[in-house]
Structures are given as C-alpha cells and as structure tokens.
Design a protein around this ligand. Sequence first.
Ligand code: NAD
Length: 456
Amino acid sequence: MKITNPASNSLIKEIEEDSLEVINKKYLLVKKGQKEWANTTLAHRVSCIKRFAELLIENKDELAKELSNEMGKPIMEALGEVGGAAVKCEYFIKESEAVLKQEQVMDDGTTKEIIAYDPLGVIANISAWNYPYLVGVNIFVPALICGNSVLYKPSEFTTMVGMSIEKYLVKAGVPANVFQAVFGLGVAGAALCDLDLDGYFFTGSYKTGKIIAQAVASKLVPVGLELGGKDPLYVTEDVTDIKEAAQSAVEGAFWNNGQSCCSVERVYVHESIHDEFIEHFKVAADSLIVGDPSDEKTQMGAITREAHLSFLADLVSDAKEKGAKVLSGGYKLDQAGNFFKPTVLINMSHKMRCMKEETFGPVIGIQKVGSDEEAVKLMNDTEYGLTSSVFTSDKARGEKILSQINSGTGYLNCCDRVSGYLPWSGRGHSGLGSTLSKHGLYAFCNPKALHIRGFK
Ligand code: NAD
C-alpha cells in the first residue's frame, strides 16, 4: 500500500496491507482480551483514556506533522485537530462514571429495579481520513471505556495516523489485546464485516455505510453510521452583521478544505442582503492562503484524494452549464500537488449537482431566497440531515426555522462545530445512531434490567 503526500504527490512510505490471516489473528487476540478488560474497573479504563489525551498533547507537534504530511491539512489545523481530540476526550473522562453507574429506578418494597450496562464485546471501528483523530475518538474512546475491545481500521489515506493512535493508546495503558489497528484498503474493512463481531461503527461515505449495514444486517448486532452531509446555512435579512456572517460562512465552507462532514455545503441568503453578503463572502474567500501545508501561515492545504479534483471540476462545469456564475476560483492550481482554488458559485439552483451532492471540497454555492418558507423548503431538499445553521438577530425566528429542519444538529449564528457534551447524529443518508454525550456511551453498551428481591 503506497502512502503519498497530497501536497507533492510524492511517496512517503510503502507498507504491507494486513492479509486475511493477520486480520483473523488480530480478531482472536482482542476477543481473548475483551473479558479481562471488561473486568477492570471503569475508573481504570477512564484513567487510560485520560493518559491517552495527555499523550496527544505532549506529542502534538510530531503527531500534527505526520497528520499534515499524510492528508494535506495545514499544520495549524493539524495541531488544532490533535489538541481538539484531547479536549473531546474530556466529556468521557469527566462523565462516564456518572452515566454508566447502576441506577435504581424503582423499589416497590419487595423488588428493587435497577438498570445496569454490559459492554457489547468486540467492536469494529471503520474510520475516515478527513479528521482521523476527531472522528476516531468519537468511537474508540467510549467503546474502550465501556469495556469493549476494538478492531480499528483507519482509512488507507491516514494509515500512519492509525499507527500512532494505536501506539499511544497502548502507551496509555490500553492492552494490546484490547485495541488492534487493521491496515489496508476497503477490503480490510470488508474482512471485518465477515467476522463475528458484536458491533459495527463506521465513519465514512453514505455509499460505503450502506454496503456495511447490508453486509452485517443478518448478524443482528448494533450498527452505528456517521456518514456524509449537504449542510445548509441560511442568512436572514435581519442578521446583526452581514460581514461577520459572511466570514463565519467562509470558515464553515473552507475549513479543512471543505472536507468536513459538517462543512457548510450550500448557502441561502435573503434577497434583500444577497448582493452585500456575496461581496463580503468573496473578499473573505479570496483572502484565504492556499499552499504548502507545513507553512504556519497556510489556511488551505492540499485535497487529500487526487481523484477528487476532477469531481470538483465536474461540479463547477455542471453548475456553469446550468446558469451559475463563478465568483471566485473554479479550478485546480497549476502546480504540483492537489491544490484547488477556493471556489464560490452564485446564481445557484437545485437543478445543479453542487446544491444536491456532497461536495466534500472547497466549492460552495450561494442561492438567493425570498422568505423563510422558501429557505426551509430548500434546506430540507436533500437526502442528508447532519447539521444546519441559521444566522439571524431574532432568536425566536431562528429557533422556529431550525425546528422545521430535518437534521441532527442545529446552529444559531454559528456553524461547523462539534461538542463532546452533545449527541452527534445524522438523519437520512447522514447516518444512524449517535456518538458523543451520554448517547455516545450508551451506544457501546447493552442495557441490562436487574430485578432484585430479598435484600434490603
Ligand atoms: P469511505 O466510505 O470511502 O471510506 C471510509 C472507510 O471505509 C475507509 O476506512 C475505507 O477503507 C473503508 N471501506 C471502503 N469500502 C469498504 C467496504 N466495502 N467495507 C468495509 N469498509 C470499507 O469514506 P471516506 O472517503 O474515508 O470519508 C469521507 C466521507 O465520510 C464523507 O462522506 C464525509 O462526510 C463522511 N464523514 C462523516 C462524519 C460524521 O461524523 N458524520 C465524519 C467524517 C467523515
């Protein structure tokens, strides 16, 4: 398997993919280790995660450099991701014991009724490359805390990051027979689906998520899917500061090169402020510094997958053919590496692919709307349902709009943000189940009902 640097397309390293035999050995190892791990105290397991978070911070420079080299994000964003993963662990470190403790919910004088939690067993965590640390900790951290063992399949585009995650979890005290990384392309993920595991947790595209859900359906074990998005942002005419809203929208659209599941993927602006909004939006987009990811000043690095460049160009051509105007960018930069100019399209409509398909890159369409009703209709005109945002100075109006949007997360005067304290869940093609918060702990447990009689 060739690991390349997307900023130069040069080879970093070649590694051998895990064979089916190796994957099976790893499975038998973690299956054996799981029971002993589940018998350790919850406090011990939480302490291992606490140490893991500390190790991320202690080694953040080395880890961020590796991440930036392998997937092309700017070094400052890579540092933010490694630090952010440690912050995300905080919720689980602070709250797991309270959430997972046995709870007596009823006592009728003769029988006490108690809710307890058992781990699922051995779970698969098949992961994506865009935020390998941030999306990884959503799954393997609570899974380990709950007493599961984990077969972790990092994306083939962040294999080295996957190796580092394994190294630091083991250094933090998670036994090697409880956490094993499996390396390879999609076939390695498919091999995990053939094993007799107790849960499947996937982060990636709708297309692969559906294949996995179908492949494991007959096992009747929990399946969690964190999939793509086509997240809308609506700016009303009463917004407090048009320039600030445009700046936030630019950050939401172009952070991580637009390669975030919760990137702003389409913008709707009330017609009475549309022209002023797009002026500010263009200035902010044009001022983004694109280039060498290792330079601390760089704001947009390289697109991770070379093959995605032609997909982005196709979206732009399709929109132009159907009447869109290119306000900025629209092309790959004429230099080595996968660099695509931040692209802003206006005069958009839902006939264009760019307003319907997940772009997952630095291409954004802006569409004019005449009313909240029209905005809501367009925002809901998607098969996805991950996040949506509204910018307004009227709280009640913003909340009313968000209540009408079918998405797992709603943002008022902000966008593109995730918190360990809140559930992270997608609707429709954006996924199934929830991670983070207490829901993201319960996802990795089987609840057990205890009826206890004969004791005080
Ligand atoms: P992908 O679906 O191409 O791959 C994800 C993982 O699945 C990789 O590890 C890959 O090797 C593996 N895989 C591929 N084929 C498989 C198969 N048949 N069986 C089992 N495993 C297989 O996705 P990607 O390109 O890595 O990630 C981008 C997508 O992920 C985008 O759609 C993005 O929105 C989404 N995403 C969602 C979230 C979220 O929290 N909702 C977070 C990050 C990314």
